[in-house]
Design a protein around this ligand. Sequence first.
Ligand SMILES: Cc1cc2nc3c(=O)[nH]c(=O)nc-3n(C[C@H](O)[C@H](O)[C@H](O)COP(=O)(O)OP(=O)(O)OC[C@H]3O[C@@H](n4cnc5c(N)ncnc54)[C@H](O)[C@@H]3O)c2cc1C
Length: 594
Amino acid sequence: MENIKVLKGGEFLITESSAKDVFIPEEFNEEQKMILGMCQDFLKQEVHPYLERIDSMEPGLMRSLVAKSGEMGLLGISVPEEYGGFGQPFVTSMIASDELGAGYSYAVAFSAHTGIGTLPILYYGTEEQKQKYLPKLASGEWVGSYCLTEPNAGSDANSGRTKAVLSEDGKNYILNGQKMWITNGGFADVLTVFAKIDNDKILSAFIVDRNYPGITFNPEEKKLGIKGSSTVQIFFNDCVVPVENLLGKRGEGFRIALNILHIGRIKLGANVLGASRTAISESVKYANERKQFGNFISNFGAIKYKLGEQVIRMFAAETALYRTSKYVDDTISFNIANGMDRVKAYMDALGEYAMEAAILKVLGSEALDYIVDEAVQIHGGMGYSAEMAVERGYRDSRINRIFEGTNEINRLVATDTLLKHAKKCDSVVFGIGKSVFEQIDSNNESSTSYSDYFEKKHFYIRQLKKAVLLILNRAYDAVGKQFNIEQEIMMSISDMSIQAYAAESVVLRVEKLKSIKSEADFSVYADICDVHTYETSNKLFKAGMDAINSFAQNDEYIKLKKGLQQLTSIEPVNIKEARRRIANKLIEDNVYKF
Ligand SMILES: Cc1cc2nc3c(=O)[nH]c(=O)nc-3n(C[C@H](O)[C@H](O)[C@H](O)COP(=O)(O)OP(=O)(O)OC[C@H]3O[C@@H](n4cnc5c(N)ncnc54)[C@H](O)[C@@H]3O)c2cc1C
């Protein structure tokens, strides 16, 4: 880790990073490439030939696929060796989630099992609980699920009514209540169930075996997409759970639920990448085969625009994901080197990057939604046919903006976490925003002072971050204690942060690629960087204006608008030609290969 600066959570807004400090997918090591290849082979052999059968919920099929993934070692990537896993770094587990994300409904079953289904026990279980459950979860002999949501408790998860009462002999908790939308619930053997003990205000967590008395499972839900993924309601009627199955301490359940969701969010940010790559590849293959007006449709500018844009959004989401994942790994290593036990080291690292996790979830799921939507559009009428892969991809994508915390909740989390950082180090975060505001009328710095390509890009990024801090500072000053209920403003600031993080991540990756790629191969990455910087600046300006129009008036409004214009203005770039060049590489490769 020498000479590498690992940013703390949210620090990206106040500290400048250099290319050498970020991890990029081109740096996967041999072992990681091997796991990536295993995941691709698994999908090719075991999943993709059977998509129809999976989506029709052929009895036993999904469960057998989870078991097969276990036999191949894919379920134990994050589980330490002493519990039957492989104890791989966080980045490696993200690579598996990314690649297997191309597995449609299977991806959801895999992700729920290895994430929310296994990790609560790994991070909060007693030694006995870990010994009992983890080896079987890692091998796929048992399947895991996570039961938090209830009919009246969704985003407000702590409001759940499922109740646990100690039996008279003190040996068991008696569980009563109802859970809904439980992924893998149709066949899971092990359920992490959140419930309140007696009249507690905060949830506790329990490990519940499927065969305990008093549990009933509803039939499978009929869904818009991910039709092959098991989703059921579960009822607990005097369900008897041994006291030793309490997970963590009494009243610790809500904290467990939230901490596991931080991981779930980053994992989702990885999952959507595999799905995005597939949809882009399907798009370009079709565009290269379909002729209209005597021309392949991939020759039309309107289609090139879509292909180029798909690539740019995918590239940005991927770049931000691996950048953050390596921060998590480095923070875990740092924590362990400083004497923290492994579990605490993990939890601390994942909590640290709560803001980035929320950003990745929103950025990735919205990139995928754009990509699958344009994939259908590129296919024209055929995109609407169930014969085409993009039809399934389109339907399956939609859930990603809903689960692991809706995108509204994640946007609020991102800004709320930023605000907490700001309050912790008031003079830095708010101080920058304040001084940017004061200098608006005297600011003469412009991109023309920089002749070097990347120096100019770094200047833009500094400006974008200043814009976020400017609006955060002025909005907080204007609405003060009302900030948390002025959600529209919080969402705008969140959008600004998302754009700033994505923009910086792309610039840093492309800068690093300059020393890896030949000049000829590099030029298309500069195109991605140019268009992405242009787009993020515009989106950030729009989000900033939405915020300003919501809280500023008169002279302050005029001054803030001027400041935002200064901070988001970039030199002209021919985005049409740049997008065409990006699309042309995709068209030539006939598959996503960036
Ligand atoms: C296919 C599927 C699989 C799932 N798998 C699981 C699982 O395995 N385990 C599990 O426990 N749960 C699971 N869920 C549940 C999922 O996590 C919830 O659906 C999600 O958290 C949203 O809760 P809700 O559906 O009750 O929506 P609500 O919370 O009712 O939200 C409705 C709308 O209001 C918005 N909203 C809510 N609160 C606020 C607020 N404070 N501010 C602003 N806007 C707000 C939301 O963003 C949303 O747009 C799954 C759901 C689905 C559909």
